[in-house]
Write a protein that binds this ligand. Sequence first.
Ligand SMILES: *Cc1c(COP(=O)(O)O)cnc(C)c1O
Length: 377
Amino acid sequence: MSIQLFTPNFRVEECLEEVRECLEKGWTGLGFKTQEIEEKWKEYTKLPYAHFLSSATAGLHLALEIFKRENGWDNDDEVITTPLTFISTNHAILYADMKPVFADVDEYLCLCPESVEKAITSKTKALIFVGIGGNAGQYNRIRELCTKHNIKLVLDAAHMAGTRINGNHAGFDADVSVFSFQAVKNLPTADSGMICFQDEALDKRARKLSWLGIDKDTFARSANKGAYKWRYDVDEIGYKYHGNSIMAGLALVGLKYLDRDNAFRRQLASWYRSELKDCDGLTVVPVSGDCESSHHLIQIRVQNRDSVLQKLNDAQIYPGVHYSSNIEYGPYKRELSDFPKSTAASNEIISLPMHMNLTFNDVVAITTELKRIVSAS
Ligand SMILES: *Cc1c(COP(=O)(O)O)cnc(C)c1O
C-alpha cells in the first residue's frame, strides 16, 4: 500500500446534494450558493466581510490591486514578501505591477520580524504574511510592525482555514485575508477562495472588480423587477475572478466539517511529534505558542533532504516539499545567500502525509521508516 501526501476527503453524498440543488434550480453561477457560503464563512470566522472567488491567487491579486487603486500607489512601490511560499503569493505582486521585496523567514518558516524591519523603506506599502501550513509564526509582531510603519497587512491564509491566533480566526486583525479552497487544501473544493476585507467599501469594490467592473451582480438584477433589470454600469476595468455556486456548494459541505477535520489533523501532528521526538538529525517545524494551527501541513527538516525523499518514495511513502525558495525562479532571482534561513529551509524541508484517511498505524509506519532512513544517512 502506498501513502500519499494529500488525499482529499469529500462527503460525496452531501456534495452531490448541493450540486443537484444548483442544477435543478438552474443556478450554477454567481449568486445563490456563493451568497450562502459568504454568510456562513462570516458566521464561522467572525470576519466582517467575505467575498467568494474563483481562487486565492485571484484574491491575492485583487487585494493588492484594490489597495493600489484606492491609495494611488505607484508601480515602483514595494511589497514585502517571503521567498518560502507557493508562487501565487509573489505572482500577485507582479500582477498588481508592484515590486516584491523579500525578507527572510524564522524557525516557523514564516516571515521574520527582524528581517522584515530591515526590508522596510519609504516605498513599502504592503506586506504579505503567509501562514505556512496553518502556522501563525510571529504574526502578532508583524502586525505591530505594519501598524507602526503604516503598511497594509495582507494575510495569505491559503493554509489557514480554521486556524486560530490567540483564540481569534486568522485574519481578524489583518487588513485583508485571502483563503484558498483549492483541491488539496484543508477545505477542498476544486478551485475557489475567499477574500475578507475589514472595510465595507473595499469589500464592495472587490465584488465589482471580481466581476469585470460591473457594478451589480446577476442575482441582484433578477430580483430587480421591471424592464430595466438588464442594465448595469462599468466605470473601471475589473477581472473575471468571482466564484460559482457549484464550488460554493462543495465549500458549504467542507465548512461544516472543517473544525472536526482540523482537530484530526492536529491529532495526526501530535502523533508525528511524539513519534519523532529525540530523533537525531531530524526536527519537526514548531507551531507558535499563540496559534491553534489548521495543520494543513506537518513539516520536518533533515539534511540530505533529496535522498531522504527518494528513500521514502522507495518505501512507497510520498511526501511533498512546501516550498522551494521562490528566489530560485527567473522572475524573482536574488542572491540565495542574502536569505540564509529561507535558503536552508528550502533545502531541508519535507511535508509528511497529512490527510483524513491516515491512521495512528500509518503515522507509526511512516515515522519508523523515516527514522531508519535518517539514522542510516
Ligand atoms: C494554494 C496557495 C495559494 C493559491 O491558492 P489557489 O486557490 O490555488 O489560487 C496561495 N498561497 C499559498 C501559500 C498557497 O498554498
